[in-house]
Write a new protein. Structure first.
Length: 66
């Protein structure tokens, strides 16, 4: 769950930083393009999937240990 939390907090911080820049009328730094939003969502989904897969693999492996 640490990986999921780290990814979510990173994406949230990036969105928050860009929104602040937009609200301060610094449009060059705050532009939230559709491409960046899609990339952020794709990274979050990939990290979540990897965390679930690795967690299941580790749980399965540890259950086989004596």
């Amino acid at each position: 769950m640490g990986t999921i939390w780290l990814t979510a907090s990173y994406v949230g911080e990036q969105v928050r930083r860009r929104l602040r820049a937009v609200l301060r009328d610094n449009s060059e730094r705050g532009a939230l393009s559709l491409e960046w939003i899609v990339i952020a969502v794709a990274l979050f989904v990939a990290a979540t999937a990897a965390a679930v897969i690795f967690s299941k693999a580790v749980t399965s492996y540890t259950s086989q240990l004596p």
